[in-house]
Design a protein around this ligand. Structure first.
Ligand code: SAM
Length: 281
């Protein structure tokens, strides 16, 4: 199903043809955007929906393989639970079976003849703690993407693959994308700083990232931080529900003790699920 999702049993949830859960109806802008040709792991699709259906089928095949499910720490969840959270091959709520293909397609083999040397580089990791992107979703020991960008620029080249094996909320992925999409003002400031410090000019350009974490809550946040986002649909849905949610949360605040007050960003109970994400920038 491309544009309209069908309502899932008993709620206003939307399930795509691929089986993926989508909480908001796609905006017209997003539908138009997703209709163009899509390249993915060396294959070409007519739309993002077609890509998703194809790779979800591949993920289903993998999930039916008992050997795949024996991967240490495999999530305790049904195939449908995993499918609904995933957007394969970029994000799977289980060990990602497409990682090898990702590296084969977008990486380059290690060449010992190629000289690589970088001086040690220190950066203040508190930089960017007030940035709106950083504050969009909290996570314990979260490192701001603006504190990671300079390191990625220093140690890697555009098009390189960056691996974060303990990715948490995925800020390394955001930073890898930011290397190619940073606003002009930010670039100007960083270039001036690097010039002052006697470094060369940063090599701007996106890096690809592989984000891995033991917790599915972490990888789900990371995927939503790094996958393309339908801003118009989100804004429309937020406008629709915000007066209602304000009423509900006011009631909730009255009823709960301060220590028991729920926070939308706490997703406990799923921390023991392992998961991996692969993300193309
Ligand atoms: C310090 S947090 C990373 C936070 C991240 N820098 C951010 O900005 O959100 C460390 C992460 O490592 C994960 N972790 C711990 N042990 C792990 C393991 N054996 N394999 C994969 N991830 C693990 C935890 O779930 C946690 O999300």
């Amino acid at each position: 199903m491309s544009g309209k999702g069908k309502a899932a049993k008993g709620g206003e949830l939307f399930i795509e043809a691929s089986g993926r859960l989508r909480l908001i109806e796609k905006s017209a802008e997003q539908q138009a955007l997703e209709k163009g040709k899509v390249e993915c792991l060396g294959l070409t699709f007519d739309s993002e929906d077609e890509r998703r259906v194809y790779f979800t089928g591949k993920l289903r095949e993998k999930l039916a393989d008992p050997e795949f499910r024996k991967t240490p720490g495999f999530p305790i969840g049904t195939d449908e639970d995993i499918i609904r959270m995933s957007d394969p091959p970029w994000y799977t709520a289980c060990p990602n079976p497409f990682l090898d293909d990702f590296v084969r397609c977008y990486g380059k083999p290690f060449d010992p003849a190629e000289a690589y040397a970088r001086d040690p580089f220190a950066v203040d990791t508190s930089v960017g703690k007030t940035d709106a992107l950083y504050k969009a979703h909290s996570y314990h020991t979260k490192v701001p993407h603006l504190a990671i960008v300079p390191s990625i620029l220093h140690y890697t080249e555009p098009g390189d693959i960056v691996l974060d094996g303990f990715a948490g909320s995925g800020m390394t992925g955001v930073a890898a994308q930011w290397c190619g999409a940073a606003p002009a003002e930010y670039r100007k400031q960083l270039e001036a700083q690097w010039q002052k410090d006697g470094r060369g000019k940063p090599k701007w350009g996106a890096r690809r990232a592989i984000l891995n974490d033991l917790g599915p809550a972490a990888t789900f946040i990371a995927a939503n931080y790094t996958l393309p986002f339908d801003v118009d649909a989100f804004a429309m849905a937020a406008q629709r529900i915000s007066p209602r949610s304000r009423r509900n949360s006011a009631g909730c605040t009255r009823r709960c003790t301060p220590t028991a007050r729920p926070r939308a960003d706490q997703l406990h109970g799923v921390e023991s699920f392992p998961a991996r994400t692969a993300r193309r920038n």
